[in-house]
Design a protein around this ligand. Structure first.
Ligand code: PLP
Length: 388
C-alpha cells in the first residue's frame, strides 16, 4: 500500500499567515519585541507548518507552554529562533533547555533552584523570565518575593540571567474583567518603575497577550506575547469592536485573515425513501425521499457531536445541512435534489468554497466552544498542508 491518505486534511494559508504578521506588527511599535505564541500545536495549525513560514518571514521569537513544544520549534527553526517556555518543563528536560539557550519562566522557588543547579552542572547560563503574580492566581512569584528572587539570581550571575520580567492578565478579552485587569496592570507597572529606578530592570518587560494589545495598549512595555490574532481570530467580539472603534474613520484598516481550512471528501452517496430514520437512533426522520452523502469525519477526529442535526458543510459551493447524529468516524449530509455531487468531491468543514464560507466562529457557536478550544482540539494527526 502507498502512504495511507487521511480522510481529511487541514490546509494552512501561507498568504494569510504573512498578512497577519503585518496586522500584528501595525499594532505595536517597532521597538517592541513580538513573541509568536505557538502553544497548543500553534492553536491547532501545526507547530512545524506554522513556525517554518513565520520564521522565514522574519519572526524570530516564539513562546510555547511546554519544553516538548519548544523542542519542536527548535527543530523547525534549526535552533536559530529565540524560544520562551511559559509553562511546564519536566525535570529531565531542564538540561536540554539550558544547554540550548531556551528561555523559560520562573514562577516558584523549586524551578529557580533546579535551574541554578542544572546550569552550574553543565556550565551554561540559564535565561529566565521572572513571572509575577499580579492577580490572575495561576503561576507567578508574589511581588513581595521579588527582592529575594533578584538577589538569588544576582548571587548566581555566572549561571543565570534575568532576561525578562512578566505577568499575565486574567481575561483581557472581556470588559467583565476590567477592574481586575486594571489592578494587575497597575501592580505590575509599580514594580517595573521601582526596578527601573534601582537599575535592576531586566531587558524584556511583558504583560500583553492579543486582547491586551488592543484593549490595554499601555501594557505593551517592550515585548508582547501574541497568540490568537496571528491565526486570524479576535480573542472575543468585544476586542473586534474595540479595534474598530479605535480605527473609526480610517481608510483600509487591516483585519486579520483566517489561516486554516478543514476539508474532507464525499465517501458514499445514497437515496433513502420517505418514512425512514437516518443514522443511529431516531434523531432524523425522512418525511420525503432524501438523498444523503456520507463524509468520513466524526467526533474521533475533532468534529463536535453537538453539531448533530445542526452543523453545515460546503459541497460544490453549496451550504448543506448535517442530518442525524455525528458518529465516531462519519457524518451524514442532506444532498436531496443535488444531481452534481459525486463520490470524491471536496467537502469543506471549515473555510471557503466558491462564494460560501463556514467560519470557525459559526462552527464554535453552534457547538458551544470558544474559538481557542475548537482550534486546539483539532487532532494533531490530521495532516497540515501548506497552500498559498
Ligand atoms: C496563551 C498565552 C498568551 C497568548 O494569548 P492570546 O490570547 O492567544 O494572544 C500570552 N501569554 C500567556 C502567558 C499565555 O498563556
Amino acid at each position: 500500500m502507498n502512504k495511507p491518505q487521511a480522510p481529511l486534511k487541514i490546509e494552512i494559508s501561507k498568504s494569510a499567515i504573512l498578512h497577519n504578521i503585518k496586522f500584528v506588527r501595525q499594532l505595536i511599535d517597532e521597538d517592541v519585541t513580538y513573541y509568536s505564541v505557538v502553544k497548543g500545536n500553534a492553536y491547532g495549525h501545526g507547530i512545524e507548518t506554522y513556525c517554518k513560514v513565520v520564521f522565514e518571514a522574519g519572526v524570530q521569537h516564539f513562546c510555547t507552554y511546554t519544553a516538548e513544544e519548544a523542542y519542536r520549534v527548535w527543530k523547525t527553526t534549526d535552533g536559530k529562533a529565540a524560544i520562551l517556555i511559559m509553562g511546564y518543563i519536566a525535570p529531565n528536560e531542564l538540561e536540554w533547555v539550558i544547554e540550548n539557550d531556551i528561555e523559560f519562566f520562573v514562577f516558584e522557588e523549586k524551578r529557580l533552584q533546579d535551574a541554578i543547579t542544572t546550569a552550574k552542572k553543565i556550565n551554561k547560563k540559564a535565561l529566565v523570565h521572572i513571572e509575577l503574580e499580579t492577580g490572575m492566581n495561576r503561576t507567578g512569584f508574589p511581588i513581595e518575593d521579588l527582592d529575594t528572587v533578584l538577589s538569588t539570581i544576582d548571587s548566581n550571575a555566572s549561571c543565570m540571567e534575568a532576561k525578562g520580567i512578566c505577568t499575565h492578565f486574567a481575561g483581557a478579552e472581556s470588559i467583565t474583567n476590567y477592574h481586575r485587569v486594571k489592578k494587575q496592570q497597575s501592580r505590575f507597572k509599580k514594580v517595573v518603575k521601582k526596578l527601573k529606578k534601582n537599575q535592576q530592570l531586566p531587558l524584556l518587560v511583558h504583560s500583553s497577550c492579543s486582547a491586551a494589545v488592543i484593549a490595554y495598549p499601555k501594557s505593551k512595555h517592550n515585548m508582547v506575547r501574541i497568540g490568537i490574532l496571528q491565526y486570524g481570530f479576535y480573542p472575543s467580539r468585544e476586542i473586534l469592536v474595540n479595534y474598530l472603534n479605535h480605527n473609526e474613520g480610517k481608510e483600509n484598516i487591516l483585519q486579520p485573515k483566517r489561516v486554516l481550512s478543514w476539508k474532507s471528501s464525499v465517501m458514499d452517496i445514497k437515496d433513502v425513501k420517505a418514512g425512514e430514520f437516518i443514522g443511529y437512533g431516531t434523531s432524523f426522520f425522512s418525511n420525503t425521499p432524501t438523498k444523503i452523502a456520507i463524509i468520513p469525519v466524526g467526533y474521533s477526529l475533532g468534529f463536535n457531536r453537538n453539531l448533530s442535526n445542526l452543523g453545515r458543510v460546503l459541497i460544490n459551493g453549496k451550504r448543506l445541512n448535517i442530518i442525524g447524529t455525528i458518529n465516531m468516524n462519519a457524518l451524514t449530509v442532506n444532498i436531496t435534489d443535488l444531481e452534481d455531487i459525486k463520490i470524491g468531491d471536496e467537502v469543506v468543514l471549515i473555510g471557503k468554497q466558491g462564494e460560501m464560507e463556514i467560519s470557525v466562529s459559526s462552527f464554535s457557536d453552534a457547538g458551544n466552544l470558544p474559538n481557542y478550544e475548537l482550534l486546539t482540539r483539532l487532532p494533531a494527526e490530521i495532516p497540515r498542508v501548506l497552500v498559498d
